[in-house]
Design a protein around this ligand. Structure first.
Ligand code: MF3
Ligand code: CO
Length: 250
């Protein structure tokens, strides 16, 4: 069952989305050499709580933090710890906030100081692949129209999309139906209907798309040790262009 949100529910999701987007922005501003990932996590936690919201990830399936902070070859689900960020790192920050009974979910990859031109291009292609994908997030299209557009853009740029993790519906639960893969043929999957809310989240790798999960059972790394980037927003399907809910409004 794919839940369809009413305009009143969407209004609540805009508020949850704004809090989530502001937490991502705050985290991005903290990414610089010398900062620990735990310090960024604490700031994200404190900001979300200060807004009367709850960090969606904290204790989710036993996850121990409010943000996922994934550095360099870590694709997703990096657990914040005492790791000190260094010049040249690329740092993916994924955050979720629960407010008024609904979740926002968003992520982005940030540069720590000066990064290589190759890393910069990976971050830009990953972000743009989200926007290429959501060009197809329109009432009447099918889920995999988004998937196909993301994959085509990423691969045309010489990168790979992760297969083992996918985007998802989002609403009163952080993970709802349907799955939103970042790969596949167009024209498959459920039809998009106004009021559906989706987390579209390309995970892009420099090398192969194979991943490995570390012994902590969370941290997902590239199998070949090359860089990965992530970009995600919560969107709503409308009668026209999709609406991005995880925006700061500034
Ligand atoms: N933002 C992630 C997702 O899109 C969720 C993080 S997993 C958690 O699925 F356990 F940390 F919550
Ligand atoms: Co997500």
């Amino acid at each position: 069952m794919i839940s369809v949100k009413s305009e009143r529910e969407l209004e609540v999701m805009r508020r949850a989305g704004r809090i989530t987007a502001k937490a991502r922005e705050l985290a991005g501003r903290m990414v610089r050499p010398g900062v620990t990932t735990r310090e960024i996590d604490k700031a994200v936690h404190d900001y979300i709580v200060s807004q009367g919201a709850k960090p969606s990830f904290l204790h989710y399936g036993g996850y121990p933090a409010s943000a996922c902070i994934s550095v360099n070859d870590v694709v997703i689900h990096g657990i914040p710890d005492k790791r000190v960020l260094r010049e040249g790192d690329i740092v993916s920050v994924d955050v979720g906030a629960y407010w008024g009974g609904f979740h926002g979910d968003c992520a982005a990859t940030f540069a720590c100081g000066n990064i290589s031109p190759e890393a910069k291009r990976l971050i830009e292609v990953t972000k743009q692949s989200f926007f290429e994908g959501i060009k197809f997030a329109r009432q009447g299209n099918r889920i995999s129209d988004i998937s196909h557009a993301v994959q085509s853009y990423v691969e045309a740029n010489g990168y790979s999309v992760v297969r083992s993790y996918v985007g998802h519906g989002v609403g009163s639960e952080m993970h709802e139906a349907p799955e939103v893969p970042n790969f596949g043929n167009a024209g498959r999957g459920p039809r998009l209907v106004r009021g559906m809310t989706l987390a579209v989240e390309p995970m892009v790798t420099e090398g192969t798309y194979e991943i490995r999960v570390l012994k902590d059972k969370w941290t997902v790394v590239t199998a070949d040790g090359k860089l990965a980037a992530h970009y995600e927003n919560t969107i709503a399907i409308t009668a026209g262009d999709p609406e991005i809910l995880t925006v700061t409004g500034e």
